[in-house]
Design a protein around this ligand. Structure first.
Ligand code: SF4
Length: 235
């Protein structure tokens, strides 16, 4: 069952060089998330979204109108943007301004992803793969409907747009056997990125550790057996 949360836009980054591959983008951050990943860097957006004031969408639109021809794309991120009821309306408006649209998602709402794709509103999707399916609840911090994760993966892989799956590697969460499971789960996928975890006081659990570069490189080799393009980010 799909549910929405009554949260607004909590952040707006006017220029990002890293959110959209090879493009200049702006980034819109929604408050609230249905996951509690211990390594989450946006803990205030996830745990206390009401402590951050909403940014009116109309102000963002006015700013974006002036950025046409300067930036290429807008990323919708969170928190978890697919939980936000107005997401489609907002994406549509930004798309009509002529920007490419990227969606960052945890994959928990496949029907929202499918609907946006069916209406040709997305140009790029980045979906987090938290861990092997058996360890998903451990790594996303809550009990979830794992079928929704599988459905989102299928929808994204069947789409005709660019996409990326990405995993933040955590020493305490990811073992070699998990990477083999992820490799099977994403068999045939176009692109996968393994991200370095950067410990921070802002994380939900600040006691975690990163995976070494040596192990991360070994995991790339494992994933390359089933996924064409696998890379490290942050290492
Ligand atoms: S899904 Fe993303 S925003 Fe939500 S808790 Fe996990 S890392 Fe944070």
């Amino acid at each position: 069952m799909l549910y929405y949360i009554n949260m607004g836009i909590k952040g707006y980054e006017k220029l990002s060089l890293v959110d959209y591959d090879l493009k200049l983008s702006a980034t819109i951050f929604f408050g609230g998330c249905n996951f509690r990943c211990p390594f989450c860097h946006n803990s205030s957006l996830v745990l206390n979204p009401n402590s951050v004031q909403d940014i009116p969408f109309c102000e963002i639109v006015e700013h974006l109108k002036k950025r046409r021809g300067i930036i290429d794309a807008v990323t919708f991120t969170g928190g978890e943007p697919t939980l936000f009821k107005e997401l489609k309306t907002y994406v549509k408006q930004v798309k009509e301004l002529g920007f490419l649209i990227k969606l960052d998602t945890n994959g928990s709402n496949p029907s929202v992803i499918k609907n946006l794709l069916d209406e040709n509103l997305l140009d790029y999707i980045a979906m987090d793969i938290k861990n092997s399916l058996t360890k998903y609840p451990f790594t996303c911090g809550v009990q979830i409907n794992i079928e929704n994760i599988i459905k989102s993966i299928e929808i994204i892989m069947d789409s005709n747009i660019d996409y990326e799956f990405r995993t933040t590697l955590i020493k305490e969460h990811h073992l070699e056997e998990d990477i083999y499971d992820i490799s099977n789960l994403l068999k045939g996928a176009k692109k996968m990125t393994l991200q370095k975890y950067i410990p921070s006081e802002n994380c939900i659990d600040a006691s975690l550790n990163e995976v070494s570069k040596e192990d991360a490189s070994k995991y790339v080799s494992i994933l390359k057996k089933t996924i064409s393009d696998v890379s490290l980010r942050g290492y």
